[in-house]
Design a protein around this ligand. Structure first.
Ligand code: ATR
Length: 492
């Protein structure tokens, strides 16, 4: 930290009235990011549409560093040294566009506007073009780590021109989390690449949380109390499942309700909310033709949890087992769940990384997949031990088709699969919904199958719609005269 402060101080603009960087939007994320920058010795210009929020920041944290607060946007922009770096941390959507339009007339050539919000990558592509057409730089940066991460070191995924990264990159790298000395921030590619990678991060976050939830329900199914479940997750967090989400699962399960004293988890309504990044991940996967089944099932599970009418009707009309798991050896089954959790996690991450690669190719970004894994090793919500292994595998083999097939992974999958199958079978037998456990296992089985049922699909499509089929023993497309003499015609 001392070294970073010295370094940043050395880079302070010669004119003491000018800031290194400006932050627009003094809600929690924006003010925490501004404070993080200030803690690292940067002089930070701060501005918010409503001045009271800027005043609040100055009153509560103004003594933490070197801030230049402005009430008016003109003064704010004028207070930043050129070429300017301005981070927008405003509400996504219309407010982002409105803020860009407010800043544009005040900028000088070479200035960089960065959107650090959770924008949809297609909006970022549009905004980057809009801003660059006017002669300025636009960086779309995904920032993960929540409120605490923004203050103490998030994972940052910037996208934009390489020149813009030269301006903002060093500051972003300084304030990001560090994993064994390496910053959790790297340039992801042009225009929307950063927000695209952040979108996939959030998608993986959905599947990670859902599969942890499925494991929890199975542990409850074998009769463990919430405290006992917490102890199991705590133990798992010492090994290959070590991750931030498993760590905080322990905290949530141990928490008591301040109002009633009951276990907190039992008083929380079981309807999961979402803000859209998981849905975007799945929509985009569908467009790209990537089978992100783990993430999709996690998004659908949240949706079904919130379908109040369906669940009410289902509880009345639908019969089934009572979610009690019958096992002879409880400890052995708990170990099965641990292995199943690891396998499903591997598949969900594999699918997410496949989408990063496919998106990189589709949108012309050529994203370095290993770099994405590298900057997720700390600071972000999905930070996990597994990410170092992902980074290593994609670094060793840039052409790796799927992480689950990697040399350090596939043998463990082979070793763990019996546990995974027992867990899925037990969940189904007991009536415990386990959509991510089972969808990821099906994906694994489909990937390794010498032949899949798509042949029948092709036969049906040719019969009802003359959609043609290909043969295993010839090239080209064919059609069978189903309503005639059943002879074969070569189409091309
Ligand atoms: P909160 O976290 O306070 O609910 P929010 O409504 O998501 O915040 O808004 C986050 C930031 O976007 C705030 O800085 C907000 O400015 P105000 O404090 O003036 O509301 C900013 N913001 C929201 N809408 C905006 C708009 N149309 N133009 C500019 N900034 C806007």
């Amino acid at each position: 930290m001392t070294e970073q402060v010295t370094d940043a101080a050395a880079k302070k603009p010669a004119d003491a009235s000018k800031a290194n960087i400006g932050v627009v939007g003094m809600a929690v994320m924006g003010s925490n990011l501004a404070r993080n920058l200030a803690h690292h010795g940067y002089r930070v210009a701060v501005f918010n549409r409503t001045y009271a929020k800027t005043q609040k920041l100055m009153a509560e944290h103004g003594d933490e560093g070197d801030f230049i607060p402005s009430e008016h946007v003109e003064d704010f922009v004028a207070s930043i040294a050129e070429p300017r770096s301005i981070i927008m941390m405003v509400k996504a959507g219309g407010p982002t566009d409105a803020t860009i339009d407010e800043l544009l007339p005040l900028l000088s050539p070479g200035d960089v506007i960065m959107d650090g919000g959770n924008a949809f990558f297609r909006d970022t592509i549009r905004r980057e073009k809009y801003v660059s057409d006017k002669g300025f730089h636009f960086v779309g940066a995904g920032i993960s780590g929540g409120e605490v991460g923004a203050l103490t070191g998030p994972s940052i995924m910037p996208g934009g021109t390489p020149e813009s990264y030269q301006t903002v990159g060093p500051m972003l790298e300084t304030i990001s989390a560090h994993y064994k000395g390496e910053p959790c921030c790297a340039w992801m590619g042009p225009n929307g690449a950063g927000h695209f990678v952040k979108m996939i991060h959030n998608g993986i976050e959905y599947s990670d949380m859902q599969v942890i939830g499925e494991a929890y329900e199975l542990l409850r199914g074998v009769g463990l109390t919430n405290d006992e479940c917490a102890a199991v997750f705590e133990k798992w967090n010492q090994g290959e499942l070590s991750s931030y989400l498993v760590e905080i699962t322990v905290d949530v399960l141990r928490q008591k309700d301040p109002r009633t004293g009951a276990d907190f988890i039992d008083i929380v309504a079981d309807r999961a909310k979402m803000k859209g990044t998981g849905t975007w991940t799945v929509q985009t996967a569908l467009e790209l033709g990537v089978a992100t089944t783990g993430i999709a099932e996690a998004v659908f599970a949240r949706a079904e949890s919130s379908l109040g009418d369906l669940r009410e009707a289902g509880q009345k009309a639908l019969q089934g087992p009572d979610r009690t798991v019958q096992v002879k050896d409880k400890d052995a089954f708990i170990e099965d769940i641990r292995k199943a959790l690891w396998c499903s996690k591997v598949v969900s991450y594999s699918q997410g990384f496949d989408e990063i690669r496919a998106g990189g190719q589709e949108f012309g970004w050529d994203i370095n997949v290993a770099e994405a894994a590298k900057i997720w090793r700390d600071g972000c919500i999905i930070r996990a031990k597994l990410l170092e292994q992902i980074r290593k595998e994609y670094t060793d083999d840039h052409k790796l088709v799927s992480f689950m097939c990697a040399p350090s992974i596939a043998p463990t999958m082979a070793d763990y699969q019996d546990s995974w199958r027992r867990v899925v079978a037990a969940a189904i037998t007991a009536g415990i919904p386990a959509p991510v456990f089972s969808a990821t296992l099906s994906y694994y089985d489909m990937a390794r199958a010498p032949r899949v049922n798509a042949a029948l699909t092709q036969g049906l499509r040719d019969l009802f719609g003359s959609h043609t089929y290909e043969r295993v023993d010839d090239h080209g497309h064919f059609h069978l005269e189903w309503s005639g003499d059943h002879s074969e015609t070569r189409i091309d």
